[in-house]
Design a protein. Structure first.
Ligand SMILES: Cc1cc2nc3c(=O)[nH]c(=O)nc-3n(C[C@H](O)[C@H](O)[C@H](O)COP(=O)(O)OP(=O)(O)OC[C@H]3O[C@@H](n4cnc5c(N)ncnc54)[C@H](O)[C@@H]3O)c2cc1C
Length: 466
């Protein structure tokens, strides 16, 4: 057995939570180890954020061919999709970024162990972590950043062939003719958009009344309409009773009877559950509640010296939330002054389907439920010069302000490049900006961002271009 190595911090999991925490800890002068059992970069770089965006870029290019004629460009000949190449490129992008993380860890002198880790006992203030390689390492602090995996529904087994999780859905060997997608959150909506653009007949099944149910209802309705117009079949308010495969086709039965839905394949996109098993937590005071580790605002668990960050701690299941929690956690461990807890209301969320969706802060319903008297601004992209020039003028920007204080409570967008725009409002939320500062801000012309300004103006009956 190798010599027992000791560190200030051991991070279990090399996803966007774990590797970012490790780099920040190294910057702060700590001796850091990362233990990763599969791929550096975690789900995000290998099976989530990045490869899906590579796939969606292919879909976007495919879609743009349909619009060429209006721009005076004729594409002659048959359009064909080399699907194997679409997937190959997505994997190449993921591989490149994963290798980039390895380089960053090395550059910051973070020691990497390629193994599965399990937390052990405490001796003289040092926590042991045993590795599947047979080694054991120790540290004063252990950060659990083990992420999450796809959840299923009772009685439904994703066999990886006909009934897929996001992993298989990202690397299909062939295109199905038809597809059922169960769950219309960000992951389900992105797959629906991608597969439909690739020529697949898609049915999106959602238990709630709207697709993208965590988004503002008005924004969800715009996406729902746009999806339906594209030919994506949407079934809402539909609870699944069973999903079975006979090897050739998948059949979904819904509660309340009605006709079964049938397709060649199905994707389960009904949420995720934390990787909390086999970590040795049973022996500790770490609390696991409904599949997620319970932490305080500094990522501390119930057991001194053990912390948890990212997807394993529960929603929102977002890479940037994981990274921020990692930074907050190690800065607190290092005793830095002025470390701020993560403001949940300032974490933006994006869905990269067509049309794109982005939001930060409270929905209109949540703001009302929280007792705010509100002012709501709306500005449609049909009133925005850049959107019209781009030929992409569907969607709107909605802003919600507290009537009394003028604080921006939430911003919700659907339309062109809104996933790039939302950051403007995230900064505003972080700075607790009011309508006055947002109105005074100069937005460049012609940009899509002008719709953000106009939405604020509209909340105070001052919109100029609509
Ligand atoms: C299809 C899809 C699309 C997504 N798109 C987006 C998006 O566009 N934007 C966004 O913000 N988020 C997106 N997400 C979510 C995002 O991927 C996660 O929020 C993010 O990866 C969480 O980071 P993490 O570090 O907490 O965990 P992970 O990225 O899951 O990393 C955890 C790591 O820990 C390792 N591990 C687990 N247990 C052990 C162990 N015992 N020992 C050693 N290693 C271990 C795992 O191998 C893994 O590499 C998407 C997710 C999916 C599935």
């Amino acid at each position: 057995m190798a010599e027992k190595q000791s560190f200030d911090i051991i991070v279990i999991g090399g996803g966007p939570g774990g590797y970012v925490a490790a780099i920040r800890a190294a910057q702060l002068g700590m001796r850091v180890a990362v233990v990763e059992r599969e791929h550096l970069g975690g789900v995000c770089l290998n099976w989530g954020c990045i490869p899906t965006k590579a796939l969606l870029r292919a879909a976007e290019l495919r879609h743009s061919l349909d619009e060429m004629k209006e721009f005076g460009i004729t594409v002659s000949g048959e359009i064909s999709i080399d699907f194997a190449q679409v997937v190959k490129r997505s994997r190449k992008v993921a591989g490149r970024l994963s290798a980039g993380v390895q380089h960053l860890l090395k550059k910051n002198r973070v020691t990497l162990f390629e193994a599965e880790a399990k937390i052990g006992g405490l001796t003289n203030g040092l926590r042991a972590v045993s590795l599947s390689t047979g080694d054991s390492i120790t540290a004063q602090h252990v950060i659990i950043a083990t992420g999450a995996r796809a959840r299923s529904l009772p009685g439904i087994v994703a066999d990886g062939k006909s009934i897929l999780t996001y992993r298989e859905a990202m690397v299909p060997k062939t295109m199905p003719k038809s597809l059922l997608i169960i769950g219309s959150g960000a992951i389900g909506a992105e797959f629906a958009s991608f597969y439909h653009d690739m020529g697949v007949e898609v049915t999106l099944i959602e238990a709630m009344d709207n697709i993208l149910p965590v988004e503002d209802a008005e924004i969800s309705a715009v996406v729902q309409k746009a999806f339906a117009k594209r030919g994506i079949r949407i079934v809402t308010g539909a609870r699944l009773c069973s999903l079975t495969s006979d090897g050739n086709q998948v059949t979904a039965s819904l509660e309340g009877g009605g006709t079964d839905l049938v397709a060649e394949r199905a994707i389960m996109a009904v949420g995720i559950t934390g990787n909390t098993e086999n970590l040795g937590l049973e022996e500790s005071a770490v609390t696991v509640d409904r599949g997620h580790i319970v932490t305080d605002q500094w990522a501390a668990t119930g057991e001194a010296g053990i912390y948890a960050i990212g997807d394993v701690t529960g929603p929102p299941w977002l890479a940037h939330k994981a990274s921020h929690e990692g930074i907050i956690c190690v800065e607190k461990i290092a005793g830095l002054k002025q470390v701020h807890p993560l403001g949940a209301g300032a974490v933006p969320g994006c869905t990269y389907c067509r049309p794109q969706v982005a939001s930060v802060g409270m929905t209109e319903a949540a703001a009302r439920d929280a007792g705010h008297e509100i002012r709501v601004g709306r500005f449609p992209f049909v009133g925005n010069g850049k959107a019209i020039a781009m030929g992409d003028d569907q969607g709107l920007v909605k802003t919600i302000f507290d009537e009394k204080t003028g604080e921006l409570l939430g911003a919700h967008m659907v339309g062109p490049e809104v996933t790039e725009l939302i950051q403007g409002y995230a900064i505003a939320r972080t700075l607790e900006a009011t309508e006055a500062e947002l109105m005074q801000t100069v937005f460049p012309h012609p940009t899509l961002s002008e719709a953000m300004h106009e939405s604020v103006l509209d909340a105070f009956d001052r919109a100029i271009h609509f």
